[in-house]
Design a protein around this ligand. Sequence first.
Ligand code: ZN
Length: 350
Amino acid sequence: MTPNKISIKDSFLQHGEEFRVLFGQLAEWKNVHAYLICGEKGTGKRTLARLMGAALLCSAEGNRPCGCCRNCRLAESGEHPDLIRIEKGNPIAPGVKKDRSTIPVEDIREMIRICSVRPTDGSMHIVLICDADKMTAQAQNCLLKTLEEPPADTCIILITEHTESLLTTVISRCRTVRVRAWEDEYILSVLERNGAPKDRALEAAAAAGGSIGKALELVSDDEYWKLREEVLNQFLKSTSRSEVIKISNQWKDRKQDSEKLMTILESYVRQMTEYRFGAARTDLSRFPAQWQRFSEKAGKESFLRLSEALSDARKQLQFNTNYQAVLEKLIFAFMGEGNLWLSSSESVSR
Ligand SMILES: [Zn+2]
């Protein structure tokens, strides 16, 4: 489930003037020797890199990449023989172990060797270095020499979420292309073009935090939508200590679901926040009564406490803290806020 190729290029063209300029230059082979694509996870950095590669390899006249010719199709699927892809754990250099968590200098040397040979289809070599921050210091220094004296007919594209892990000297040799988060509205239009059901599309667009990749993943992930129901029925419905313990026991061995669980809870809090303070009055009728009252009347500080509980939990999960303990603390935090609104005696007003 990916948007068709031409629409992705058009999307980038609409995403900012800089992309219009960039593709204009690529279409005339007025490229620089090295680009650095940076931006948050899921914003389409790799897609952009492949599109840039396709623009340089495309055999059509004028509007390139055309998206149709053999070179375009091979480049966009990453299969083009003149497209060299370097990433951690998938070495191109012979003799390098597969499970390395870094990009070793051997891969950079092998890339330089390949680029010194004429490209297969006679035009140029495109080098994609995915997660470029994973290059060892030695690999970066080796790359730096290449960037200082770039081989002819080679375009090197570095992709990273973490520019801070790259040598300043490497960065300064590249033209930086920053991919910003996408507007929810645009993500929604991509999802709808892909035939996603409206309710799922709306929620996935909002939950994806500007990442088209994440939104596309969410919308087609049936497991996620099942989990949403489960989280609603457990986390938001617990009102007593014993229920919290029961839920945390049920979830303690499901650490693999923790990322989705956090995304779901964050999305529920966002829905309630939008309901209370924003323009969007999403349907909360399936929420337990206390959370409906919360969404009608709670003050800013209550919402803030929930957000803080969520971001604390995220931080602790990163450091491998006891998963069940983190969960329990989080469910207690939700229960504490929800229970304040258990009584229906108070009249509800908007
Ligand atoms: Zn083409």
